[in-house]
Design a protein around this ligand. Structure first.
Ligand code: WT7
Length: 572
């Protein structure tokens, strides 16, 4: 299929350089209806606006279920159902600022709920349906969630922990077979009770609309808050980096339980009036290529692990599908190997564009601008309006080709507003004067391209998902057989990294494959399904500092057969 896709001119390098020079976020802000005194709310920008113009009858969403049923919604329909939901929630007692969990598989109700909750000024927190009951409980206790929108099977999963969650007022269940009790109501009934004339609540730019939980190297997951004004940067980058236009059909493979799935999966494309495709099912190379063909996807935003899985599925399979509508592919979440970029060139006939950002940054930061020549393996350059660099621990910029901390000058529009009830954690990002410190290590080359080197902390990235070793260790030691545990990320050709656990058993327990399986299953219920250790090793000691902290860096060096470095703090 080489050469069959006509190249589309999407600007040139000069455009990028001019944009960098002349850029002002204020001019982007002017494009929003709120700048004319309209409603300040991302749901209004993404949906309501279109419902009152010709896009009313344009398809906003193709939602494909795991059994391949297709549900279609126009912008007008999403507007109406989400308004009724917002109104129905208000009638149930929900108020501005309440935390509403959306704990659903990737179905149309998930998208509608995100818009509905946002319309009424509450804070949505979409949670991966892969989360286990204890992980759900931790998050609900952290932010005092009052409402939960979920499905019958997920409701069953969290039922055992509900007694501890006294803040929850109502659980709204999608589906007919909901068994209803004191606090449960049916989603359809809430929508039916609502008024489609509900007026979307006008918020302040720095009022949060979403909480995304993410992991660090210490403590439990933290709730990162993003405000309505984040859309300024999300919309700008959806246009300039993802190259989204009115006539595109777009597929973002990220789940809305992850910031990519809300910003670039729902809000920014809908702001631009783009038709989105969502797929509930699991990864399967044939299914994925078929979706690209069948829906004529033009812009595709995905992740390195998925691309590696497609690469492993073989080149021949690609020949079976007509991917000629595809125009632009972007990637995010973990390092995109040069090898994958070259495979994209050769087999997909597209240069895959890497984008670097984080839950905390809320939107793209360092990217391969569409018109930029790409160096395979590099993350690209800072987008216009963002000043990023590589610095030492005092905040001094280091020379090209020198390793340092990937840092950003604070003040970009989509920067997190804070971390729910955890100001100390928030402040840690700004410990170096004048900079936001991302937690990543990188270098810049002579041409200003950024190259990812690793994390400066112990955070693990497995299949693009962020996993905190501390959370996994905490879950492990709750098992009666486990005395102590140390957890690291082990390099893996497919998943980037896998979670590996070193486990010390309590006296009286014998290490066996069966016990490994049991402990693994135990961890799955506490955390998300992706966060369990794919490898476990029973050990008799763990390297610790004199103050008793497990030295993961030593475990990792031993695992990789590398020098263990400075051991002066190791206990005897
Ligand atoms: C971490 C952020 C990325 C938005 C979704 C939320 C790693 C992300 C890249 C990339 C190498 C990357 C970093 C970063 N990461 N993008 N293009 N190349 N590494 O992401 O869960 O908040 O994770 O993911 O380590 O700090 P997140």
């Amino acid at each position: 299929m080489e050469g069959t896709i006509p190249p589309r001119k999407i600007g040139n390098l000069e455009d990028y350089e001019t944009a960098c020079k002349e850029f002002a976020w204020a001019s982007v802000d002017k494009e929003f209806s709120w700048s004319e005194g309209g409603v300040y709310n991302v749901a209004h920008e993404a949906i309501d606006r279109h419902a009152s113009n010709w896009r009313r009858n344009k398809i906003a969403l193709y939602s494909i279920t795991a059994n391949n049923e297709v549900r279609k919604y126009t912008f007008g329909e999403i507007a109406e159902i989400s308004s009724k939901l917002a109104s129905g929630l208000t009638k149930l007692g929900a108020e501005i600022g309440d935390r509403v969990f959306i704990y659903l598989d990737r179905t149309s109700e998930l998208y509608i709920s995100l818009i509905g909750v946002t319309k009424m000024g509450a804070m949505a927190s979409p949670l991966f349906s892969a989360l286990g009951p204890e992980a759900f409980k931790d998050r609900a206790l952290d932010c005092g969630a009052k409402y939960v929108i979920t499905s019958p099977y997920l409701y069953k999963r969290i039922e055992p922990v509900l007694d501890d969650l006294v803040d929850i007022e109502k659980i709204i269940i999608v589906g007919d077979n909901a068994d209803l009790g004191d606090i449960t109501v049916k989603f359809d009934d809430v929508v039916a009770s609502g008024d489609s004339c509900f007026k979307t609540v006008s918020m302040q730019p720095s009022d949060p609309y979403v909480i995304h939980y993410t992991s660090g190297s210490t403590g439990k997951p933290k709730g990162v808050l993003h405000g309505h004004k984040a859309m300024i940067q999300q919309a700008y980058t959806a246009k300039m980096i993802l190259d989204l236009n009115e006539d595109d059909t777009y597929w973002c493979t990220a789940d809305p339980g992850w910031v990519t799935g809300t910003s670039y999966g729902v809000l920014a494309p809908w702001y631009l009036g783009v038709t989105i495709v969502s797929y509930e099912g699991r990864f399967d190379a044939d299914v994925w290529y078929n979706l690209l063909e069948k829906y004529g996807i033009t812009v595709w935003y995905t992740a390195p692990t998925a691309l590696r899985m497609l690469m492993n599925a073989g080149d021949e399979i690609v020949e079976k599908y007509d991917l000629s509508r595809l125009r632009h592919i972007c990637s995010v979440g973990e390092p995109l190997n040069a090898e994958v970029v070259k495979w994209g060139d050769r087999v997909l006939n597209h240069r895959i564009h890497d984008t670097w950002w984080q839950t905390e940054t809320g939107a793209h930061m360092v990217c391969n601008y569409p018109c930029m020549p790409i160096k395979p393996g590099s993350m690209g350059k800072p987008i216009p309006g963002v000043t990023a660099s590589v610095v030492d621990e005092n905040g001094n910029e280091v020379p090209p080709k020198t390793e340092g901390y990937l840092a950003v000058r604070p003040g970009w529009p989509s920067m997190m507003l804070g971390i729910w009830r955890n100001t100390p954690k928030f402040k840690e990002y700004f410990r170096v004067p004048g900079w936001y410190i991302s937690g990543d290590l990188a270098f810049k080359d002579e041409d200003g391209y950024f190259w990812f080197l690793g994390r400066s902390d112990d955070v693990i990235k497995t299949s693009g998902e962020r996993v905190g070793p501390f959370e996994v260790e905490s879950a492990l030691i709750e098992h009666p057989a486990v005395a102590e545990a140390g957890v690291i990320g082990k390099p893996d050709a497919l998943r980037g990294e896998i979670v590996k656990a070193f486990v010390m058993l309590r006296p009286g327990y014998e290490g066996s494959d069966e016990l490994k399986k049991e402990i693994t299953n135990f961890v799955k219920t506490r955390l998300a399904y992706y966060a369990y250790p794919r490898e476990m090793e029973f050990v008799t000691t763990l390297p610790k500092t004199r103050s008793g902290k497990i030295m993961r860096r030593v475990l990792k060096a031993q695992e990789l057969g590398q020098p263990v470095g400075d051991l002066s703090t190791l206990e005897d």
